[in-house]
Every structure is written in C-alpha cells, then in structure tokens.
Write a protein that binds this ligand. Structure first.
Ligand code: ATP
Ligand code: MG
Length: 170
C-alpha cells in the first residue's frame, strides 16, 4: 500500500510510548523533506521497525535517546548520476546510544536465536529472532540491512527498500 513514511514512523513511536516514558528514553524522528509516498507491505515493515525500536529500548539505559532517520540514497552499484533520480532507495536507520555490541559478536548478530552474552540478555525477554526476521523481511522486499555498533556507545541499524516496490514483487 502507499505509505507516508513520516506518518508510519510516528506511529511506531506511538506504539512504544508507554515503554519510552517508563524508561525516560526519548525518540527523535527525522524525515528528509520532499519524500513522496512509497509502496510497501505495511504490516511487514511495521514488524521490522517494531523489532528495531524494541531492541533500541531494551538495550539502552534509562535516560537514553533513540533517533530514527529516513532519507533517500542512490543505489549502491549505480555508477552514474542519473541512477539517483530514477531509482533511489528509501533508507531508514534506527540509532540508539545504549550498551552496544562487542566486535566479536557483530558477524553473528543476524543469526536466528543468536543473543549477545546471555547474562545481559536474560532479564530482557525475547528469543534472539527479531533481527533475523527483520533481515528476511527486508530481503524479501529487495532491500538490504546492516548494523553498526560500538560497545558502550550505541548501535545503529540501517535498512534500505527500493523506492518503487513493484520492482521487488515476490
Ligand atoms: P527478540 O527480538 O526475539 O525478542 P532479541 O532482541 O534478543 O530477542 P534480536 O532482536 O535478534 O533478539 O537481537 C539479537 C541480539 O543482538 C540481542 O539479544 C542483543 O544482544 C543484541 N542487540 C540487538 N539490538 C541491539 C541494540 N540496539 N543494542 C545492543 N544490543 C543489541
Ligand atoms: Mg529483538
């Protein structure tokens, strides 16, 4: 369905408003101006966003902050200038200033059931499936996802989606 990105992101924040308030975590949403509506499978992309925001909240101490940014980027492999205007990608990132992920775990973080250091995850609930499901959904939409993190500093998960979802059918 045709989706207003800013509205979609506002609604994600709304779904977590209770937890955000409870933990005194702020959320900032920034959408670059001039973005048109985008065709996407709203239920599935909401699932991705909910996974990422729930992680950001779980692994960020009280008083922390989350930033969601949405913009348009050129296709990674398009060599020419015209690639951008004809078929940009929607890029959404969810960034927190929480506990971060150790370097040694980064390569496995998208595996099913993989959780960093069971001790710190034990009280948090969850199964270790969120990120693997998020990646499957994004891939099924023809997009990519990657995660940057620094232990003790924070984590940012960035995913892209084709701006014209018709191309990614199937
Ligand atoms: P589930 O999503 O199934 O409820 P989960 O959150 O533990 O469980 P994933 O979302 O797949 O599972 O994340 C895997 C692991 O990656 C987490 O257990 C956590 O250790 C680490 N992780 C994920 N997101 C963050 C984040 N924003 N900050 C720090 N660590 C994170
Ligand atoms: Mg999770």
């Amino acid at each position: 369905e045709s989706t207003d990105v800013a509205e979609m992101l506002d609604e994600v924040a709304d779904r977590f408003s209770f937890q955000l308030e409870q933990r005194a975590i702020t959320i900032d949403i920034e959408v670059v101006p001039g973005m048109k509506e985008i065709m996407l499978d709203r239920d599935r992309i909401d699932q991705v966003l909910d996974n990422l925001v729930s992680n950001a909240i779980k692994y960020t101490p009280e008083g922390g902050s989350i930033r969601i940014h949405a913009g348009l980027v050129a296709r990674a492999h398009s060599g020419d200038q015209t690639g951008y205007s004809e078929s940009p990608l929607l890029e959404i990132s969810v960034q927190d200033n929480g506990i971060g992920i150790p370097k040694k775990d980064l390569s496995r973080i998208f595996e099913r059931f993989y959780r960093v250091d069971k001790a710190r995850s034990r009280n948090m609930g969850g199964t270790g499936l969120g990120l693997s499901i998020a990646r499957e959904i994004v891939k099924a939409h023809g997009g990519t996802v990657h995660l940057d993190s620094e232990l003790g500093a924070g984590t940012r998960v960035t995913f892209t989606l084709p701006y014209n979802q018709e191309e990614a059918a199937g």
